[in-house]
Every structure is written in structure tokens, then in C-alpha cells.
Design a binder for this molecule. Sequence first.
Ligand SMILES: Cc1ncc(COP(=O)(O)O)c(C=O)c1O
Length: 375
Amino acid sequence: MIHFYKHNLKKNKNYLKKALNSLYLTSGPISENVERLISERFNKKYCYLTNSWTNGLISILMSINLKKDDEVIVPACTFVACANVVEMVGGKVVFADIDEKTKLLDVEDCIKKITKKTKVIMPVHLYGNLFDSRKLKKKIATKKKIFIIEDCAHTFYGLYPNYKPLGYYSDFAVFSFYATKNITCGEGGAIISNHKNLMEKIKSISNNGMTKPAFKRFVKKKYVPWDVKQVGFKANLSDVNASLLEEQVINYSKLRNNRKKIFDQYIKAFKNINDIFFPKSSFVNRDFHLFPIGVNEKYRDKLIEYLLKKNIFVTVNYKSITQLNYYKNKYKIKKNTFPKSEKWSKQTLSLPFHQKLEKKDINFISKVITGFFNK
Ligand SMILES: Cc1ncc(COP(=O)(O)O)c(C=O)c1O
């Protein structure tokens, strides 16, 4: 059986020891240390760990007071959480199509969708392929303040040709540490930003609106009282989860390079299969999270079935959000309104992709796919 994903955590490492030996199981010094490591890595002033990407996004949208009628532009073909967070806060989702080659948000279509009500644009570095936030930022430079929030759930590395890192051209960049992600602690996320006041607000919103988290309530043996100035909920990450992150954050370059090696092996093994195609890499210095391929839509579901029968686990990333019933009905979206997203979501399937995938697994997958098309 070839699994779709496997995590990199090692059974013989006692990651939790530090957390279990400390007073705080909830957010505390271990989380703070991981936050420091992440903000240094991306050269950002602030980092805040959350218990998921989703809850991090909800905290951000609450911090900027996203209201009914405020519009958030989201790529039509991405994970549904990108639209759900807008709905949860009561804003309006505006979809933009994807670029035919890269399968990332189409900047030109996104610009066409901007109105007076646009408050946020949320590009996604889908599959680890780096979206051109630099171009987007330049294009909206003359518009009223629009927040750019980068969805980095699929990436922890990316350099633009001018060597500016992921997160450089946005107001917020948000990572996911969900079970299948390149760095994981089961469930978790992180926000990076240079916005001091908003990040303070986000921390408070993520902690039931309280002005002080538990581990900041006692300073020099004195109790520091807390207040609530805005409503909040629970989105902070515990030190138990954060203890799993430290080593992965420190060693990420190695993890990324291993993933690149596996990605390159796939490309090499598939070079003679004419019936499949791949999203185009937008930049060289990108990350590698999933391995999606495209096939003619008339074969896609049959190929999925065939691979599963051969014990090769595959999935679809993603069905266009615009074709999911809730969104289709609520926003009255007709078929073919987002032609590129809809087409790609019928053509794509993602193959197993993780650190423990071996060359022999890739060669086997290649053989099975070749066999499918030669049938
Ligand atoms: C592109 C994308 N955005 C957002 C999310 C949500 O992340 P989380 O599960 O940490 O809330 C995911 C998770 O799968 C994702 O793939």
C-alpha cells in the first residue's frame, strides 16, 4: 500500500518531554520560542501560533472588523476553508478564476473583481507553488487599502527572484500545521505580520477577547488583572502541540530539499507518459506540498478508481468551491462562470507525496499509470 501522506515526526524523539515538564500545557514559553523561530525565518516582526489555519484566519478577519457586504476575493479552486472563514465572519466571498498554467489565482481576473467593497484579497500558494504576491501588490498599489492575506497552508518556503521571502508582499501570511502538511503538530497554524496593533488584537481575539493570556498574568509574583475589550473565541495553540514544531521549523530547509528531490523523481519517472500534465511552476524557489497531475477529464475518475485498486492512495485537490452546493446556491453561480477552475477540478488528482516515499514507489506508480493508458 502506498499511503497518500506520512508525517516526519520520529517515534524515538521525546518531543513532549519539555511541555510535560513545564507548568504550562497551554500557550506558554514553548509556543513563544516557536513564534520567535518563525518570525526570524521570514524576517517578520510578529508571529502568533493558532490551533488551526482556519481559526487564525477567523481571528484576522475579526481583527480588521470585516462586516456584512465587505468583500474578500478568493481563488475559485482551492480548499473550502478559504471561503468558509469569510462566511463565518459574515463577509461576502468573491471568487476569481485561476491561471490556466500555474493553477494559482489569476491576478488579472482578481483585479477585475475589485470593487469599493473589497477589503481583502487572499491568494493561495497552492501545492507549494509560489503565487506572485509581488505582482498583485504592485497592481493594487493605487487602490484604497486592501489587505493581502497569503494562504501558506501548502508552503513554508518561497523566494521571489529578488530574494524577498514568502510573506514579504502581504499584510498577513498564514500557515497550517494540520496532519498532512509539510510541518505538522496534528492541528495548528501560525500567522506572521508586521502589523503591531492588529497582531495584539488577534492574540486577544484568539484568547476569548482577554487582554492577557494565562502565562502573562503573573509578573514578578504579582497578579496582572485582565479585561475584555472585544469579543473573542479560542484559537491559541497549546505548548503540547508547539513542542512538536520546534525541530521541524529549525530543519525546514532539509525537509524542503527532500521534498524537492521526490518531486523531481516524479517528473523524471513520468516524462514519457504523454497523457498527463502538471501545473507550471511559477518560480524556481518554491515549496513542494502535493503532487497533482492533470489528465483528460473523461479518464480522471476511472484513473482514481484504478489507482485505488492497486493500493495507491490518491485524492482530488480540489473541487472548485464554486461547484460546492452551499456556494453554488448562496451565490447563484452558474456552470462555466469560472471555466479554468471548473476544468482543472475535473482533470486533477493528487498522487502520494511525502518524505518517506521511495524511488521504487514512484516507479511503481509510473508503471501503473502507464498501464492504465495502454489498456
Ligand atoms: C489551501 C488550504 N488552506 C487552508 C487550509 C486550512 O488549514 P487548517 O486545517 O489548519 O485550518 C488547508 C488545509 O487543508 C488548505 O489546504
